[in-house]
Design a protein around this ligand. Sequence first.
Ligand SMILES: C[S@@+](CC[C@H](N)C(=O)[O-])C[C@H]1O[C@@H](n2cnc3c(N)ncnc32)[C@H](O)[C@@H]1O
Length: 223
Amino acid sequence: MTRRKKDKYLFSNQAENVIERGKPLYTSIKGKWQTEFFYNHNPIVLELACGKGEYTIGLAEQFPDKNFIGVDIKGDRIARGSKIASGKGLTNVAFLRVSIQYLDEFFGENDISEIWLVHPDPQLRERDEKKRLTNSYFLDQYVKYLQPGGIFHLKTDSPELYAYSLDTIPRCSGLQILDHTPDLYHSPLQVYHHNIVTHYEKIFVAKGFTINYIRAENTKSGT
Ligand SMILES: C[S@@+](CC[C@H](N)C(=O)[O-])C[C@H]1O[C@@H](n2cnc3c(N)ncnc32)[C@H](O)[C@@H]1O
């Protein structure tokens, strides 16, 4: 591991806004994000595969009356986001370092008002479909955490993942596609871009890719 990576791990280990294995809240936070982390009852928004957390931070600045949690497995990327959020004094931001496969240990039914999945790895090889974050298994999980009427957003630079998700989302009971576009920058849906350009988005836009976007609603009824 490089020195820089080591420093970042050390930083997030000490950062109050990062929850990761070994920290006390890691095993006890499920169902208690509002009372034991954010200390308010504002809605919770998740950014999955957040990398450096550009959406978590950008939306937290734009919507101070909501709480944002960026989730990623890579500690060095989360450490970058954590440092930026602390520097900006954002108290409505948390980062959770965990694999998305284990979200059940951190969130329960109806805990979340919105989920953003931003440029996930497309995992296009057939044998990797199980890792694709819009396969039917993951979509069912997201529906469980989303409140009735909650919104699922997908942004992807991959036309293949976009096409795949346009197929899997309607087959997921609960999610209904509200809008979608293969070119977010030149669409009336651009309002959902919030002027937030992530690290990977910058790279793919520079290569000439368009940004695909899907917005879906959780139509399950409340319990
Ligand atoms: C292509 S990067 C996108 C990062 C960021 N959203 C962006 O747009 O710059 C994909 C991210 O997903 C994370 N990731 C992939 N599979 C994951 C999983 N199962 N659980 C948590 N994070 C995952 C990777 O660590 C990586 O940071």
